[in-house]
Write a protein that binds this ligand. Sequence first.
Ligand code: 5RP
Length: 233
Amino acid sequence: MADHGAAGRLSAPPDENPIIFEQKRAAARAAAALVRDGMRVGLGTGTTVAHLLPAVAELGCRELVCVATSPATEAAAVSLGLTVLPLDSVPELDLAIDGADQVDPCAWLVKGGGGAHTREKIVAAAASRFVVIASADKAVPAIHSPVPVELVPFGVEHTLAMLDPSRLRESAPTPDGGVLADYLGPVEDPRELSRRLSSTPGVVEHGLFPPEMVSEVLIADAGGVRRQPGGKA
Ligand code: 5RP
């Protein structure tokens, strides 16, 4: 899992595998084809989403309204001419599109490698349809650690002790003032771990996204873009 820092870096590392690069691009372009003029669309964060933004801008939709999940995405989207509004200025989103660090066969996700998972989860939950875009390397047989967590700065060492084993990230605070860390222990049952993380005092949000949040996953591999259904109607 790449740590893009708290601001959610969008540019791919210079040494990124060209096959992975092309797969991210293919998945992103397949998702951009779902965008229609007049929609309200949530834009995720990360190097896969970096391919989505120009593909959406190329559509030339004049009435499209976007909501960004990070300052980095907002800056990139605005620079491409997209209209970006705060989430609270729109009643609901028609579609949200985002990357993931891991996708399992049931559509459980791990997100937050870019440290933006709290806003990403809020935006995904605000959308009628949440589409995940991923290169083939993100598909895993079972979710595993690290699982990103955003923590309240107050008493962070105590919170970390309750999440043992876990490790603070060496990154700037999130745009919402949170501290980023990763839970490093076994996952086994993602739902049970979700409950544990959510009920730990000091945890703002964790990076486990359940299948019922996910409408579909577009995974690009050597054969093209494959559609994996999620658990959201
Ligand atoms: C950011 C995220 C990203 O969607 C996730 O880390 C995948 O990033 P990338 O597309 O760069 O591999 O959750 O918080």
